[in-house]
Design a protein around this ligand. Structure first.
Ligand code: ATP
Ligand code: MG
Length: 162
């Protein structure tokens, strides 16, 4: 995992590893709610599915300071995100992914995007950093912080990277 705010943890009830997305203290409630409500409407093998939300969870940081944050507990995508995987693969083989691997990744991506749209959610920030890979190198789409419900309204917000 590249960013310190998404941490790996052991769920002691299920004895599985999970990802904890610790929300920054200044995260707008609306952004958090958007991410949570989109994730709660979806469940798919190619999404980093939500497990539970911990509102105002307190925990001790390495420096001993106790902080309180909202935390999204979700399925862990154990391997790198697609951006890191692309970079690594490029160093090994500058001609790109072998076609069978690429075909598998693209098929999963198209399927999961179609699933989101069929369930009324548009992600609006699909980019390699938000396409994660699990232990078997299956796609886990993540980061629904910019997601919107399909409501036939014209959305004027600029979403994602310019
Ligand atoms: N479920 C997960 N399993 C493993 N790693 C994850 C998971 N979710 C996120 N990550 C890692 O953390 C990084 C940041 O997560 P995410 O994209 O959700 O946050 P963000 O980009 O900071 O979000 P936002 O755009 O809402 O501020 C990802 O690129 C990925 O490397
Ligand atoms: Mg992201």
């Amino acid at each position: 995992m590249t960013l310190p705010r998404v941490k790996k943890a052991l769920n002691i009830d299920t004895e599985t590893l999970v990802a904890l997305k610790v929300m920054k203290p200044n995260t707008l409630d609306t952004k958090l709610e958007k991410e949570i409500s989109a994730l709660q409407m979806l469940k798919h093998p190619n999404i980093a599915n939500i497990i539970e939300i911990l509102y105002k969870a307190s925990y001790k940081k390495k420096n001993g300071k106790v902080v309180t944050r909202d935390v999204i507990v979700m399925e862990l995508a154990d391997k790198a995100d697609l951006f890191a995987f692309l970079k690594l693969s490029f160093n090994l083989s500058p001609s790109g992914f072998p076609e069978p691997i690429l075909r598998g990744l693209v098929r999963q991506l198209v399927e999961v995007v179609e699933y989101c749209h069929q369930n009324g959610i548009v992600h609006r920030d699909i980019k390699p950093e938000n396409i994660l890979l699990d232990a078997e190198y299956n796609i886990k789409l993540a980061d629904f912080g910019w997601a919107a419900v399909i409501d036939n309204k014209y959305h004027k917000t600029i979403a994602g990277t310019k």
